[in-house]
Structure formats: C-alpha cells, structure tokens
Design a protein around this ligand. Structure first.
Ligand code: FMN
Length: 399
C-alpha cells in the first residue's frame, strides 16, 4: 500500500532533483519547488511512516471495551495505523477480529495487549468492595452473592503469543510495561515491531533497554489507563508537553506522543517537541465506527476541558475518564478498590443492569483532557482531516 507509493515518490524526486540541478547550471536559476518533493519532506520526522509503512504518522489508539475491527478498518482506510485492543479478547475472538480486518483492508496492523502482573483476587478485599457496592446492588435488585461472568482484562501470555506467531501483525503494542523477555523475543521473532508505553523518562529508558522498538510517551492528559509500571504516584505524572521532549532526549528509538492530541494543532506540536508520530484515542470515540453506547456518547459530547479525572475505582488502576456516579460517590480514588483488574468484577453486574436502563452510572467513560475537541465524523475522514490540518500548520510555522 503505502510502501510502493513512497518508492515512486522517491524515484520521482531523485529525477526532479537532477532536473533542478541541471536547470540551475544551464539557466542559472532555480526551478519552482516541486509539489511532490515538498509533500515528501513535509513531515519533519519520517521514521514512523517509514517503519510502519502507513500514509500518516498517526496511530489510532487501541481502546479496549469500546471498539472492534470496524474502527481499525476505518482508521486504516484514512491512512493511520489501526490498532486492535486485545486485552479483553480471548485468543479465538482476537483471531476472528484480525481475519475481518485482513479481509477488508490491506494495511499494516497493530495488536495491543496489557502486560500487568496478574494477581489473584484477595477474598478479604473483594468482600469489602462488595460491601461498599451493596447499596447499589440493592437499588438495582441484584444479588451480590451471584457469580460474576464478565470479560475482564488479562495480561499477554503464551496462548496470545501463539496467536501473534500465527497472524503476524506488523506491530504489537503493550501497555503497563513489557511481557517476560522470552515472550518479547517470540514476538520479535514473528517479525513484529514492538511498541510500548512510558509515562515517565525512567520507564522509557527501561522499555528501550528491554526491547521496545518504538516508545509511546503517554502524557497525563491521556484518556484511559495510565500505562505506568515503574511508579504508582499519579501526582507525579508529567503532561505530554513536558514528557515528550524529555523522552526524546533519553532514548534512541522513535517516540510517539500520546495524550491530549485531537487535531492538527496537537499533531504539529508533537512534532515540534521531537515526536516522530502521535497516538490518538479520545478523538476517535465519537466516530460512528466506535462501539461507544448512545448514553456514553451523550456524556462525551457534553464534556468540557475540565470534565475528566483520574480514578482507580473502575478497575483498580488509575485511568482518566468522565466521572460517572460510582466515581463521584466512592472515588475518584478509593483505597477500597481491589487490585487491577478485580475492582471491575464487582462493578460488572451493576454496569450491565444500569445500562439496560440507559444509564452510565457504572460504565467506564474513559476520555482524555482534549475530549471537547472531539467531532462526530467517520474515522477515515477524521484521520485525513487531522493529518492535512497538521501539515498545513507545519507549513504555516515553517513559512
Ligand atoms: C476509551 C479508551 C480506552 C483505552 N484503552 C486502551 C487499551 O486498551 N490499550 C492501550 O494501550 N491504551 C488504551 N488507552 C490509552 C490510549 O492508548 C492512549 O494513550 C490515549 O488515548 C491517548 O490520549 P488521548 O485519549 O488524549 O488521545 C485507552 C484510551 C481511551 C480513551
């Protein structure tokens, strides 16, 4: 797809350069700038485009729980790297989704996984959490003792690694660090480029030393779970503007900026800070190809710049989102929330029952601080629009 096009452009540019040199020598003047040469040099850093072989240096962020193959396909058709979140999928479901994507679009693909250290549920904390949630169970007429059968988040494991070896996605991205080195080696041996998220410079250096080919610098503005894994201090998490240049200075691999980027201005700013690409999540939530429910869409469309907070009550790990009822009444931060991902287990029946009533009282409304910049528009159009606006802004700044 993108690769042959880039090769053509490059050959054409070499020919054009020769023509320009000859015209200088023969006519003693410069020929007018060539559009395609201009186009090719417009992204200040082409490492991500060349490595990922995408049209634009934009990654549609994987967003577990609110998207599937449809958003990946639409973002890829728009020229971004489409990412399928697999943290809440079984190997069979991941396989099925990848087959759908591969049938509908011929573009590079990123599969995304969580790689937290799995801990067993602590019965005492679970009991305390259930007690904390008891009034809600009563209100919704639910039995707190009934077994919960809801999908939760699993870390990357040998079974998923087999899926990677079989499907060979071009990219594999990890959140919460990296899996064991043996698994990282297997992913690389399958020919995949390994991407991983850092929230502080120390994590970026660790990721590079442990095999990441590309690092996502996830600033505090970002929606969803903080990718933090060498720190637990939420208050110390730097914002994107401060984090990106410091990560760029600390590692040799290309850096992708994430957090608070939702239009061309944000993308241009990320490049000015030294990023070679951007990962965008929140801006894609309002695309018709996302699986965000209508009541959650209503909350997103009304959200302002100060509408999001970091909470641990929804899953046990810090994540940024729009406050729902349980976050307001128990959180946003509570010491009672069981360890990740077990806090979500007790909430699952409440979420399902409230959603049947059209309520988002217990639904994750993950979103970043740029949520207000979101627009209702197809993902492919959004991707192209953001890329074109970024290029226009970069041109304007260079003039
Ligand atoms: C709804 C939502 C779900 C997310 N789920 C994941 C996920 O499954 N895996 C992951 O690596 N990152 C996840 N993230 C974080 C994104 O990868 C990315 O860091 C973030 O969206 C960037 O900030 P932005 O939301 O301001 O664009 C999620 C973000 C959102 C908004």
């Amino acid at each position: 797809m993108a690769a042959p096009l880039e090769r053509e452009v490059t050959l054409e540019c070499i020919a054009c350069l020769w023509f320009r040199v000859l015209s200088c020598l023969v006519f003693g003047r410069r020929c007018p700038p060539s559009t395609h040469l201009y186009e090719q040099t417009m992204w200040p850093d082409r490492r991500i485009i060349e490595l990922f072989k995408t049209e634009f240096p934009i990654v549609q962020a994987p967003m577990a729980g609110i998207m599937d193959a449809e958003l990946v396909i639409a973002a890829a058709q728009g020229g971004a790297l489409g990412s399928l979140p697999c943290a809440m999928l079984t190997p069979e479901k991941a396989r099925e989704q990848v087959n759908i994507i591969r049938q509908r679009v011929s573009a590079p693909l990123n599969l995304n996984f969580f790689c937290h250290k799995a801990v067993d549920a602590d019965p005492r904390r679970e009991a305390g959490w259930k007690q904390r949630l008891a009034p809600y169970y009563k209100e919704l007429g639910l039995d707190p003792a009934a077994p919960v059968n809801a999908a939760n988040r699993s870390p990357f494991d040998p079974a998923m690694c087999e899926v990677i070896e079989e499907l060979k996605p071009e990219m594999v991205s990890f959140h919460f660090g990296l899996p064991d080195s043996a698994l990282v080696r297997r992913v690389k041996a399958a020919g995949c480029i390994v991407i991983a998220a850092a929230t502080i410079v120390k994590e970026a250096i660790w990721l590079e030393e442990n095999g990441a080919d590309v690092i996502i610098a996830q600033g505090a503005e970002a929606g969803g779970h903080r990718g933090m894994f060498l720190t637990e201090n939420i208050g110390e998490q730097p914002g994107t503007f401060a984090l990106v240049p410091q990560v760029v200075d600390a590692v040799r691999v290309p850096v992708i900026a994430a957090g608070g980027i939702a239009d061309g201005r944000g993308i241009a700013a990320a490049f000015a800070l030294g990023a070679a690409g951007v990962q965008i999540g929140t801006a894609y939530l309002r695309c018709p190809e996302s699986r965000v429910s209508a009541p959650a869409q209503a909350a997103l469309s009304q959200a302002l710049d100060d509408s999001t907070v970091i909470t641990n009550v929804m899953t046990g790990r810090p994540a940024r989102g729009i406050p729902n009822r349980v976050m307001r009444e128990i959180g946003p931060i509570s010491a009672d929330a069981p360890a990740f991902p077990h806090a979500a287990t007790g909430l699952a029946p409440l979420k399902a029952a409230a959603e049947k009533l059209g309520k988002v009282d217990f639904t994750n409304l993950w979103a970043g601080q740029a949520v207000r910049l979101g627009r209702d528009m197809p993902a492919s159009e959004l991707t192209r629009g953001m890329a074109e606006a970024a290029l226009a802004r970069l041109r304007q700044l260079a003039a």
